[in-house]
Ligand binder design. Structure first.
Ligand code: MG
Length: 129
C-alpha cells in the first residue's frame, strides 16, 4: 500500500530584516518545510496569519509598526491553537516570560544555528524524526 503523501508544513516568517527572512527561508527549504508567506512587521504578520493560516510562525520581536509580542498576542486571540516560535535578537531575553505567557511555543535567540530552527519547528508541530 502506498504511504499517504505528507504535506510539508507551511511556515510564515515575520521579521523586519529581509536578510533574516532570506536566511530562514533557506533553512526551511533545506529541511522539508514550505513557505506560507512572509511579513515585515507584526501588523502585517498578524494579517497574513488570518489569511494564510500557516501551520507555524517564526516571529521576530523588535519590528516597526507592531512588535512581535503584540502580534503574537493577536494571533493567539484569533487562533488559540496558533503555533508561534519567537526568534529574537540577543539581549531581548527579558521578553521570554511575556512571550511564553502569550502562548509562544519556543524562544530562539539570534544568531542561531539552522538546527535550532528546525528542531523548534519539529517539536512545536509534533513532527517525529
Ligand atoms: Mg527585528
Amino acid at each position: 500500500m502506498e504511504k499517504p503523501e505528507v504535506r510539508p508544513p507551511r511556515i510564515l516568517i515575520v521579521d523586519d530584516l529581509s536578510f533574516m527572512r532570506t536566511v530562514i527561508k533557506e533553512i526551511l527549504n533545506d529541511h522539508g518545510f514550505t513557505l506560507a508567506g512572509e511579513a515585515q512587521n507584526g501588523a502585517e504578520g498578524w494579517k497574513a496569519y488570518t489569511i494564510l493560516r500557516p501551520d507555524a510562525v517564526l516571529m521576530d520581536i523588535t519590528m516597526p509598526v507592531m512588535n512581535g509580542l503584540e502580534s503574537l498576542k493577536r494571533i493567539r486571540y484569533f487562533d488559540p491553537d496558533a503555533c508561534v516560535v519567537m526568534c529574537s535578537a540577543l539581549g531581548e531575553q527579558e521578553y521570554i516570560l511575556r512571550a511564553i505567557r502569550y502562548g509562544a511555543r519556543d524562544f530562539i535567540v539570534k544568531p542561531f544555528r539552522p538546527e535550532r530552527i528546525v528542531s523548534a519547528l519539529r517539536i512545536a508541530l509534533r513532527i517525529d524524526e
